[in-house]
Design a protein around this ligand. Structure first.
Ligand code: GLU
Length: 485
């Protein structure tokens, strides 16, 4: 495909929490703009006033900033074609609608909601094709203008040709041909004067000089209407690319009933932006070297817009968790500590030094950043004392655990330096001199020090806790065993 500078856009509607699908489409658009030295635009499609939510726009900005996807033109940034919020561009849509009425490619329709509902019911009963029946198509132009001038409620509709076909090429799906009789006389301007998505979208894509319309597959069905609007406005078509829809496990279109979809949720759970972008990239594209774990830079080098797949990618949380773990382990402790701090996952009172010290012990098993506090609580604050029964392994007794903890306390109290290798040889010599199997010593020790059974490597735990804390927790556990705590 042509690699001249592309002008591409995303056009989210501010109707709720920022959707993961927005990030998915943004990723491909943004990357293509970067690769070709073009521009990536952010347009806010806010003409559906019934679903509009004021705070949603800011949430979209925040989510994209978090992902590291920046835009060259947009409502908050301005640009040569501002404004970039559709509700501020209504005059323009009106002008284009008037132009289309004058050229005969659109017409005013005065049919009431009641009539349209009855029509729909009838069509359903007759199992006929649903759509407008053309009652107002051939109204006399003067009459139509006079009724509109008198303030009679109306919409503006696209005059779809009665016969023939509409054709366009989707860059990954090939040529698409639709019989015009299948295309409804789509409403372009609603009774409230706001344009529908179809008109506003085409007018803006023309005005903004968009070269590639890369969007989700769900819009493919609307594209023939858009092609007719381009023709009516005598404008060349952009290139169209419809990326496959993200799907729930049951293959239905991704929805919040069955899957998390809010970008805020992914952030709150502690998914790394790298992992989410990596995951989204894999949903629509396969890396040529089959290396599934990659960063944005690698993606930018390898991605080609024409290689976007047409499959039906399933949003598999297990895979995303796996990728998140992989990306967590790609960050060094300093960088990971930064993320934990930025995302608010640091336990209260934890010092930076402590966090960097503990991170290497827990990242091996960490999947989401939100687990950090839970996995490391034993380190930052003294945990609840262990339960007595947890201190006694299956093949042990209260006496054997008491002996084990006493021996460990004696041995560890003498260590200097207190480091991994000295701790290891101390524990080994306790095992050897008593002829104990590992669990007899390690299990009570683990519970004594962390009050949990799934802690990191015991020797690491002992080292990072430090001699004083280790000894005091051993004392405490010995009292629990004795029943004096
Ligand atoms: N406002 C539409 C959306 O919410 C934009 C679709 C398009 O990219 O044309 O997804």
């Amino acid at each position: 495909m042509n690699r001249s500078p592309a002008r591409v856009r995303i056009a989210p509607s501010p109707t709720g929490d920022p959707h993961v699908g927005t990030a998915y489409v943004a990723l491909f658009n943004w990357t293509h703009a970067r690769q070709t030295g073009g521009q990536f635009l952010l347009r806010i499609d806010d003409t559906d006033r019934t679903r509009y939510q004021a705070e949603s726009e800011d949430k979209i900005y925040r989510a994209l900033h978090w992902l590291g996807i920046d835009w060259d033109e947009g409502p908050d940034k301005g640009g040569p074609h501002q404004p970039y919020r559709q509700s501020e561009r209504c005059d323009l849509y009106q002008q284009r609608a008037t132009q289309m009425i004058e050229s005969g490619s659109a017409y005013r329709c005065f049919c009431s909601q009641d009539r349209l509902s009855q029509l729909r019911e009838q069509q359903k009963q007759d199992k006929a094709r649903l759509g407008y029946d053309g009652t107002c198509r051939d109204l006399d132009t003067e009459e139509s203008s006079a009724r509109a001038a008198a303030g009679e409620a109306h919409v503006v509709r696209l005059r779809t040709p009665e016969d023939g076909e509409t054709r366009f090429t989707d860059q990954i799906r090939g040529e698409i041909v639709v019989d015009n009789c299948e295309i409804d006389d789509q409403v372009l301007v609603k009774t409230d004067g706001y344009p529908t998505y179809h008109l506003a979208n085409v007018v803006d894509d023309i005005e903004f000089g968009i070269t590639h319309v890369l969007r989700a597959e769900e819009w493919l069905i609307s594209t023939p209407k858009h092609v007719l609007i381009y023709a009516a406005l005598e404008q060349p078509l952009p290139l169209f690319i419809h990326v496959p829809l993200l799907r729930n496990v049951d293959k239905s279109k991704i929805s919040k009933r069955k899957n998390p979809v809010s970008l805020e949720w992914f952030r709150e759970q502690g998914f790394l932006r790298e992992a989410l972008l990596n995951f989204l990239a894999l949903m629509g594209w396969s890396p040529p070297d089959e290396e599934e774990v990659f960063d944005l830079q690698r993606f930018e080098e390898a991605f080609r817009i024409e290689d976007i797949s047409t499959g039906a990618p399933v949003f598999d949380m297990v895979k995303l968790d796996w990728l998140n773990g992989m990306h967590i382990r790609r960050l060094d402790p300093g960088a990971l500590a930064d993320r934990l701090e930025q995302e608010g996952f640091l336990p209260e009172g934890a010092s930076r030094h402590q966090v960097e010290q503990i991170l290497p012990l827990v990242t091996e098993r960490m999947v989401r950043l939100c687990e950090f506090t839970d996995r490391t609580r034993w380190f930052f604050t003294e945990p609840e004392p262990p339960a007595r029964e947890d201190l006694i392994p299956k093949k042990g007794t209260a006496e054997s655990s008491n002996e084990a903890l006493q021996a460990a306390a004696r041995g560890l109290a003498e260590l200097k330096p207190f480091d991994k290798s000295s701790i290891e040889s101390c524990l080994n010599s306790i095992l050897e001199s008593n002829q104990w199997k590992k669990p007899l010593l390690f299990m009570p020790l683990r519970f004594a020090l962390t009050s949990r059974k799934d802690s990191p490597e015991l020797i690491d735990v002992i080292e990072v806790l430090g001699q004083d804390t280790v000894l005091s927790r051993l004392d405490r556990a010995i009292s629990v065993l004795a029943g004096t705590q």
